[in-house]
Design a protein around this ligand. Structure first.
Ligand code: XUL
Length: 524
């Protein structure tokens, strides 16, 4: 029992969430938005650089600078970081970080006198990192599938067909386009394992939750697959660390954080995992059956499952749960919050007006539909931006606002079928889950209650709970996952949004029309 810190390094911000497991409460929640602090220094917008042809990167040095700023903020607010017993973490999935041979020594000798940025500037063999929004690797996906013996073989081996955003295709592209820099790369990590390495002051391996988002991990053994590595790039096994079991601490925190922020020497660091696998834990999904929805930069619909069910249609992804035994089925949409913001900005509205538009317009939008591909879409696979309006006048701001939310909700229903789960309730997280009108649309489209939680940062909460669970095990106590998550995963009393029969009937009739429109404008 004690205080545990969860850190989530996501696309647009880095968040810290501190829990007190004795008092069973969240005691601090703090975020650093990348654009607010670093857009000029790093030239990013919405946390990323877009370089054409679907290439989307970010800056690993910026993530390190943001980590310093986040911890400084916690310290300045008077949080007693010396009481933190363990740190767990979460990272945007799939993004890769490329380090050279100087990294190990630099991490081991961090001086608390100087910021991370100054001490880490020379450790990269590639100064930018491709992230999950990158859709530029269709060629490499096809090559990897052929390399392991076909699409079905890759699916059976790794749990996933090849996805453009997954780490393996991105690594292959780097090897093909920058062979010299690839040769200079001593270590390839993911966003999660890179931030864990900064905190532990040594290189930390990728955990199975995030490893399953690479197209390189054997989903049955939860180890790297040599067959998949061979199909990806040469000498890759030498550049990866062994998979790190999610629940086993990797060691104490680096002296850097002891000297600079006042952490205790014995504060433990757990391997970090992906943001979606951490959200699974943060929402309390440690037993099969429940389904959750995360409305963030990406929108994701996911469930805890006990058997590794795969998506043959390429709609869904399968990850190992960081609880060590279960799996996670997930459908991911690229056009999440950035698409909602694109509509808000197109009509020069604020979020209050956005919400009012949902209140003023009827479920079903009088037949007005939208396909909201403001950027290339993952599900269905849409390689270039394409916004389609059907029975919808572009000049009608309110109808367009309802159209985008209904499109996102209808799509989440259409592309959940592969999970073969009867959705009887939805647990929601992510920034947009604070908006009750958006959630009402989901409750009616899925015809089930939608449960809301105290924090919209379930990835950071899941990271903190993973730290609590991992630390408890080191003390010899046998604490179950259910006991760990339960006090923190209760929905806010009275906040559940129930489906409304009349609206449910409207969407029941509309879902077929949406699916037809989607099929007409996409290959799927
Ligand atoms: C999941 C995915 C996104 C990122 C966002 O497969 O690509 O949800 O994890 O951070």
């Amino acid at each position: 029992m004690g205080k545990y810190l969860g850190i989530d390094s996501s696309t647009q911000s880095i968040t810290a969430l501190l829990i007190d497991s004795e008092r069973q409460e969240i005691i601090a929640e703090e975020s650093i938005n990348f654009d607010t602090h670093f857009s000029t220094a790093y030239g990013i917008e919405n946390g990323v650089f877009e370089r054409g042809g679907g290439t989307v990167h970010s800056a690993p040095l910026m993530w390190a600078e943001a980590l310093d700023l986040l911890l400084q903020t916690l310290k300045d607010q008077g949080h007693c970081l010396s009481q933190v017993q363990a740190i767990g973490g979460s990272g945007q999935q799939h993004g890769t970080v490329y380090l050279n041979s100087k990294a190990t020594a630099a991490l081991a000798s961090l001086s608390p006198e100087r910021p991370l940025k100054d001490q880490l500037v020379d450790i990269f063999s590639r100064t930018t990192s491709p992230i999950w929004m990158d859709t530029s690797t269709a060629t490499q996906c096809a090559e990897i599938e052929i390399g392991v013996g076909g699409r079905d073989a890759l699916l059976a081996l790794t749990g996933n067909t090849a996805f453009e955003r997954f780490s393996g295709p991105q690594i292959r592209k780097f090897h093909q386009t920058e062979p010299d820099a690839y040769a200079e790369t001593a270590y390839i990590g993911l966003v999660s394992s890179y931030i864990a390495s900064l905190i532990a002051g040594k290189l930390v391996g990728v955990d199975p939750g995030d490893g399953s988002g690479t197209n390189m991990m054997n989903i049955a053994t939860r180890q790297w697959s040599q067959t998949a590595l061979d199909a990806t790039a040469p000498d890759l096994a030498d550049k990866l660390l062994p998979i790190a079991p999610s629940g086993q601490p990797v060691g104490p925190i680096s002296p850097y954080y002891v000297g600079r922020y006042g952490f205790a020497d014995e504060c433990l660091v757990l391997p970090f995992s992906g943001d979606n696998p951490c959200s699974l834990i943060g929402l309390g999904l440690v037993a099969p059956g429940q389904v959750a929805l995360s409305l963030g930069t990406s929108d994701t619909l996911f469930a805890c499952i006990d058997q590794p069910r795969t998506s043959k249609t390429g709609e869904g992804a399968l990850f190992a749960s960081p609880d060590g035994t279960h799996y996670m089925a997930l459908t991911c949409y690229l056009n999440g919050s950035l698409a909602r913001e694109a509509i808000r900005d197109r009509y020069q509205l604020d979020w209050n007006r956005f919400t009012e538009a949902l209140q003023h317009t009827p479920p079903g939008n009088n037949g007005g539909l939208m396909l909201p591909y403001f950027a290339p879409e993952i599900v269905p696979n849409v390689p270039s931006p394409n916004v389609v309006r059907h029975n919808l006048d572009e000049s009608d701001a309110e109808a367009n606002i309802r159209a985008i939310i209904e499109a996102q909700a209808l799509s989440s229903r259409v592309h959940a079928a592969w999970m073969e789960i009867d959705i009887t309730s939805l647990y929601v997280t992510g920034g947009a889950s604070a908006n009750a009108e958006i959630l009402r649309v989901y409750a009616n489209v899925h015809n089930c209650p939608v449960h809301r939680f105290e924090t919209t940062n379930s990835a950071a909460l899941g990271a903190a709970l993973r730290a609590a669970h991992g630390h408890q095990l080191t003390t010899g106590s046998s604490v179950s996952w259910q006991e760990t998550v339960e006090p923190f995963s209760q929905s806010i009393p009275g906040s559940t949004i129930e489906p409304e029969p009349a609206a449910v009937a409207v969407y029941e009739a509309l879902v077929g029309a949406y699916e037809k429109l989607e099929k007409k404008h996409t290959s799927g």
